[in-house]
Design a protein around this ligand. Sequence first.
Ligand SMILES: [Zn+2]
Length: 303
Amino acid sequence: MQKNIEDFVIHPDIHWVSVGNERLQIRQPNGDNITFDNYANEIKNVLERLKNPLSKTEVVDEDIMDQVLEILFSKGFLSNKNVNEFQFLRIADLNQNDRIKYKEKRLPKSVFIEGNGNLVKVVKESLINSKIKINENDNPNALKIVVADQDSYSLLSAENEKSVIKNQSVVFFRWISGKFRIGPFVVPGETACLECAYQRELASNLFADEMKAYMACDEKELPKYEGGPVLDNLAAALITREIMLILRGDYEIAGTSTIVTLDPLLLEIKHSSILRVPRCKVCSKGAQKPSRNYRNLVQESNN
Ligand SMILES: [Zn+2]
């Protein structure tokens, strides 16, 4: 297919370096670089023209141009539309996993925020700034975000159950013992749910009785999120990243069946995978039929 250089813009987050006149390397954030051993100058002219379409100083070789455009296009380095205003989304565009998309018709377009407290205010403000559509009426097609200032088992598990029954995708975000915890992102009928996570943790915990006592704690006794500098910004970044990825269909990067815990002091991040509990009292009641198995979809895309 013939491509016209004037119709494209080059991704602003990639760049190129030359080694003498012989070699040219195109570099991108994920480290998947392309090195050319021939025609380095001619290729450079094409790249410069793409970067500054108005400059006509470089003499562009037509044959080289066609081939370079093909390569750039296949790598997703060229865009024939306006580039995204948010750099994070542009970097996500370059990720190889970008091709593993969740293409389900039920991909949410907006979010509904459940909860109240300090963290909810932070989340709402950040999502509005990120131009994410907030649904006020808990439309079941909207992605539900359950936000809690405390690790309240009763509140979180009730929301988990409600979402599974309604067949609504949900993600949990909360403050727990001086850390942020995000996840799991639950797609009912397809992924593990929050109850699966609790059951797995109970089964593997050496102090199961203590954990049960903790889960039964009165909310008033649990430490609460107050926020302030550092914490509010980290919280906003964490949840906004997660929601942007989910709304794009980047479920593989957003991480279904995963819980991420971030220690804001040490900047340590722990990823815990959760397997679905076959007899989970919430998500394996048989009411939800998976409309399409997510794991199979990932496998198909990998082939
Ligand atoms: Zn479950």
